[in-house]
Design a protein around this ligand. Structure first.
Ligand SMILES: [Zn+2]
Length: 309
């Protein structure tokens, strides 16, 4: 009898120790990730050690996302939140506060060199020029490699029991990302330098252009965000002119944006509208952009194919 109660006591202590290691409850670490691209980076490091909920899913637009009460409940239950920062998730502060979440927030872009640009905002009064930071860091594979390092450190810190597993998974994944970066550098060499010009719906390829030697010739929405309104007729006409002057072969739609105005732009400029690029979100499962690596490979293949002709 006495032996049995000793066993019970030991069991209770073991459980309590487990609880304190895992913050509020035993069991898997609960992680919320704000958008699908980052969600895939986290999944590759966490493997099966954490429960992961992604707020803005495939083909979703984080700039204009409107959280539901269900998203708040997910956040209230979480231990960790991974977010992009740099203004990419303008709804997150409010959601985090409203859900009373005690989850630790981790901005994965900390320590990266952030690009900034001048954006034109069309409103009823006219065009305003503002400085904005560019949040679209993931299109440069080296930036994702940096983010994976932060993800691994923070997962290991929050869940020390599994820290070796996180480190092993991230080492394996980082090797693949380094190979992916080299693959992109080799692929773009197929294109002569004067053909490396991008026209897209919104200004999402700044980091990509920076690393892989492209010029962002113009964007339909003169903004890093998709919250901007459609271009004025004057802006639209200027873009048509610059596409013609630069003699680009094709312009690109995006998986997160309606292609309608891009179709009109392509037809007025007399160029091809290439298949959509995966920009601010992964594609749906089974699509060519259903993981981060697939998204980068698909984008680069689409870009090179469309511009080399
Ligand atoms: Zn964007």
């Amino acid at each position: 009898m006495r032996r049995l109660s000793l066993v019970t006591l030991v069991l209770v202590l073991v459980l309590m120790a487990g609880c304190s290691n895992q913050a509020r409850r035993p069991g898997k670490l609960r992680v919320v990730v704000t958008y699908s691209v980052l969600g895939d980076l986290v999944k590759n490091v966490a493997a099966d050690c954490a429960e992961i909920v992604v707020l803005v899913g495939p083909d979703g637009d984080a700039h204009t996302f409107e959280p539901t009460p269900k998203d708040g409940i997910g956040l209230a239950d979480a231990d960790l939140v991974f977010e992009n920062g740099i203004g990419f998730e303008p709804w997150l502060d409010k959601l985090h506060a409203a859900s009373n979440s005690k989850a630790r927030r981790v901005v994965v872009t900390q320590g990266l060199e952030i690009l900034e640009g001048e954006c034109n905002h069309n409103d009823k009064v006219g065009e305003k020029h503002e400085h904005e930071d560019d949040p679209h860091v993931w299109h440069e594979v080296q930036n994702s490699i940096h983010m994976v390092g932060i993800i691994c450190d923070k997962l290991a810190e929050a869940d020390p029991v599994n820290s070796e597993k996180y480190k092993a998974a991230s080492t394996k994944y980082l090797k693949r990302l380094e190979a992916l970066d080299l693959w992109v550098l080799a692929q773009v060499e197929i294109l002569p330098k004067d053909r490396r010009k991008l026209v897209t719906s919104h200004d999402t390829f700044g980091y990509f252009a920076n690393r892989y030697g492209f010029q962002v010739l113009g964007t339909l929405l003169s903004s890093f965000s998709t919250e901007a309104s459609d271009p004025s007729p004057v802006t639209f006409a200027k873009l048509v002119d610059s596409i013609k002057a630069a003699k680009v072969q094709a312009i690109f739609a995006e998986n997160t944006q309606n292609p309608k105005v891009m179709e009109r732009l392509a037809s007025e400029a007399g160029v091809k509208l290439a298949p959509p690029l995966f920009t601010d979100a992964l594609g749906k499962p089974g699509s060519q952009g259903d993981t981060y690596e697939n998204m980068i490979r698909s984008n680069v293949t689409t870009i090179v194919d469309a511009l080399k002709q």
